[in-house]
Ligand binder design. Structure first.
Ligand SMILES: NC(=O)c1ccc[n+]([C@@H]2O[C@H](COP(=O)([O-])OP(=O)(O)OC[C@H]3O[C@@H](n4cnc5c(N)ncnc54)[C@H](O)[C@@H]3O)[C@@H](O)[C@H]2O)c1
Length: 341
């Protein structure tokens, strides 16, 4: 079997770390890892090639495309929600124009290789926008096509790139005498907030959960920027990686959608604190809601309906809330910060 070549953008990020490790365990593929910042040592060894560069540099991407035959593109590079809100124009450039560049590379690759290129896109619950907390409470589990009225630049960018993906997969050059078919196989998952034991988040609005975990494990006080009753869905990082790999390998005929919700657990901020308090009795967490970031979180659903992913491609997270903290997060951070507190 020929060795497959996989392109991962944003490879040095939280998901990139986990994805590269998992893919390298599977073996049988060459990973081309791209990020604006140099890749950390712990993942470098797993990569066939490392490219330090910007996804807005279309010349660099085109050169890469002449040097490799990509089988699948995992397009992870993005500016996350809080950072995007502080630099909206830059966020639009990176999150939308950058994604467009990658979709164009997928088209070029498809034409060069004469086959469909898989494009895996991590979208977000930020695509949803509920108008107020009363509606959020009432809405319960949100389906993929409900409440698509995001209030952040990041959410708008994610929703638009989902639509771009649908366009490149189904309608690209539809007015040509012979419209091309089967160039890009675009597949997206809308992730909830992700919590990793091994990497720290930066620039997201769901960061309060992983920040609380890591600060408490370090024995440091933490001021949580949302109210205690704040509730959004979360997922342990290993499950997020599994979701992308499962969706990537799902038989095309089983997929009834291009974009899927995936859920795992949906704790309130105080529930997270209470779990952590049991493991770290000296933990000190204060809740001081920042009304601006709170408003963003309040516009995101308390939970998502992920039944389509469960039916179509067997989505089933390993980590519910108890297991995520007891078996994965707490032991890993205890080990990580042992002796450093
Ligand atoms: N972490 C989460 O909770 C979460 C939730 C939903 C969706 N997502 C999505 O998953 C993807 C990866 O998220 P993550 O948590 O690993 O984020 P991250 O911020 O840890 O990683 C993003 C990476 O992209 C790189 N990057 C940013 N701009 C770039 C550019 N112009 N050119 C090249 N590289 C660039 C950054 O250097 C960084 O290493 C993103 O698309 C994000 O929107 C993440």
């Amino acid at each position: 079997m020929p060795v497959k070549t996989i392109l991962i953008t944003g490879a040095n990020g939280e998901i990139g770390h986990g994805l590269i490790e998992q893919l390298s365990e599977q073996g049988g593929m060459h990973i081309v890892a791209m990020d604006m910042v140099p890749l950390e040592e712990c993942v470098r060894a797993h990569c066939h090639r490392i490219v330090t560069g910007d996804i807005l540099d279309s010349h660099l991407l085109e050169t890469l495309s002449t040097e490799h035959n990509f089988d699948t593109i995992y397009h992870l590079a993005a500016l996350l929600s809080t950072r995007a809100e502080r630099q909206p124009t830059l966020a639009h450039r990176v999150n939308v124009d950058g994604s467009l560049n990658l979709l164009e590379i997928a088209i070029t690759q498809s034409r060069l290789q004469g086959r469909e290129i898989k494009f895996i896109y991590p979208s977000s619950i930020a695509v949803y926008g509920l108008p107020d907390t009363a509606t959020k409470l009432q809405a319960g589990k949100i389906k993929e096509d409900q409440w698509l009225t995001p209030r952040t630049m990041y959410g708008i960018n994610k929703l638009y790139v989902e639509q771009l993906g649908r366009y490149y997969a189904n309608f690209f050059r539809q007015l040509d005498a012979e419209p091309p078919k089967g160039l890009v196989d675009f597949r997206g998952v809308r992730f909830p907030g992700l919590i990793s034991a091994t990497t720290l988040p930066t620039g997201g609005t769901s960061d309060y959960a992983p920040e609380m975990l890591h600060m408490v494990a370090k024995g440091k006080p933490y001021t949580c920027f949302v109210r205690e009753d704040t509730c959004i869905p979360f997922m342990a990082m290993p499950d997020a990686i599994t979701a992308m790999l499962k969706l990537q390998s799902a038989p095309r005929e089983k997929l009834t959608r291009m974009i899927y919700n995936v859920g795992a657990f949906h704790p309130s901020a105080s529930e997270i604190f209470h779990i952590l308090q049991k493991a770290f009795p000296n933990s000190s967490v204060t809740f001081a809601s920042d009304y601006r970031r709170q408003a963003i979180i309040d516009s995101w659903p308390a939970d998502v309906d992920d039944s389509a992913a469960r039916i179509d491609w067997g989505w089933n997270p390993i980590y519910d809330m108890d297991r995520a903290f007891a078996d994965y997060l707490i032991p890993a951070v205890q080990k990580r910060y042992a002796g450093k507190v």
